[in-house]
Design a binder for this molecule. Sequence first.
Ligand code: PEP
Ligand code: MG
Length: 577
Amino acid sequence: MSLWLSGIGVSRGIVIARVQKMHAGELEIPEYKLAAGDIEGEIVRFYGAHRRAKEQLREVRAQIPEGTPGDIAAFIDTHILMMDDRSITDTTVAHIRNDRINAESALRRTRDGLIDVFEQMDDPYLRTRRDDVEHVCSRILRILLKSERHLPTQGGKAEPYVVVADDLTPADIILLSQQHVAAFITEYGGPLSHTAILARSLAIPAIVGLRDARRLLRENEQVIVEGEAGHVLASPDEQALAFYRGKQDAHARHRADLVKLKGRDTISRDGVHIRLLANIELPEDAAVARENGAEGVGLYRTEFLYMNRKELPSEEEQYEAYSRIVSAVRGPITIRTLDLGADKQVDSGRTHGPLPTNPALGLRAIRLCLKEPDLFRVQVRALLRASAHGRMQVMLPMISNLQEFRQACTLIETARAELRAEGKAMADDVPIGAMIEVPAAAIAAPILARHARFFSIGTNDLIQYTLAIDRVDDEVNYLYDPLHPAVLRLIHQTIEAGRKAGIPVAMCGEMAGDPRFTRLLLGLGLTDFSMHPASVLEVKQIVVNSDIAALRKAATALLDSDDPQEMRERIAQLEHL
Ligand code: PEP
Ligand code: MG
């Protein structure tokens, strides 16, 4: 009998193969007291295991085949670096010494303490870093306990297989990927874990968080893994097999078509050039953006430089980071000034009072920078200095009126004058633009367009503020509607205001990278789309198959529709243009 199971799909693709379970063997960690004379010997034993664990990771790193994207080795480097983190080594040694306990048990206390800290973090990305602590500590623990885990091996079998495990470390994934593993299913982990990110980078379909997978699936049982949806069908019948084989073929054809688009210009059927740009968060993402065929970067979110630290980043540190990224990006790059506050809280040495009741409507983004000009000044100086290294423009987030825009421009001009007096190199022209993410800015776009050199529509916030729904509140998520007539009208007005004033208008919210909306946005006149690098080829495929003149007529007529159902049907019909 077939059995359907559901987990969290983290890496797309459909696989039909047999199960190989990975038996981790739960770690039983004994605790015993040490005699005073045994303490130093125990510390030596801990460091021996620690050294061996690092060697193992270096061996894995050396096995990464040539030509593998650079970010894959970075996952292993993260673990190697974490092994040397003093919060692991020194704390464990202190437990051995002060609590007089064995190394395994001391390391377990260290691990549990660190995991507690990560679990209390609000940021979902940081919370998943607990997995890294867990992986690094278990590697050392297994050596101490002489209970090293063994990965399933091909054992001479030519067929690819689906690994089912409790959890997999990035190192496991790298080793398994060299053995024709077809897909991964794990019982733990989330979509932001390194394991999930790595599976996506290696294009191996994967499902995480499928509780009890090892109990529910039998060794060698045939399964269908649907990576995107997070579904597993165990022991499928002939009908299901035929259906999924058809889907597999269609998916393979689609992927092959997308890859062919890599070097091709993004020009519509009727000859309009559309710019597809990437949204990035770390300097290292610049290479990924290029690899995916982005023409440049339409949004570099700088707040990540300010996170996870006690001190604010200095001008020099920021200058280094921005210069590195400006030099690494081929094509133009739009850097956004600090967008802290609301859902992006950091400490970075800043003392907060109690959180405001409505943080999304409070002191965030440009408002915060104008209130704390010293914070802004350091970033602006670093940005202007980095402009000497490439084609850079600066974008101001959450502008809600012209005064804010002008005030920020004055601060930027003052910083420029200071730097000039200090003899620092800068580009002669660094265009300053406004993000349009507050309805007031969209409505006043014709006024702002007389002063800004470009616009970029941030639909994530524009939708939240237009529809009065907190974007991080699950209770009202169902109201989040990019196709709401009010949202579409604001987008259209902004694009029109830019066109009339002769300034470029981009979109950098999630909507720009969602292939369901590409035709509609082309029809509304959008020419610059900035998105997650992984979406670029998908959107490109739609653009090169579209007739933009025909889309324009149909899309603008659609704005008059006042019936949501009719509106959706008409949007669906754009598919044929
Ligand atoms: C947006 O609001 O659409 C945007 C791109 O900014 P962020 O998601 O960083 O707020
Ligand atoms: Mg925003």
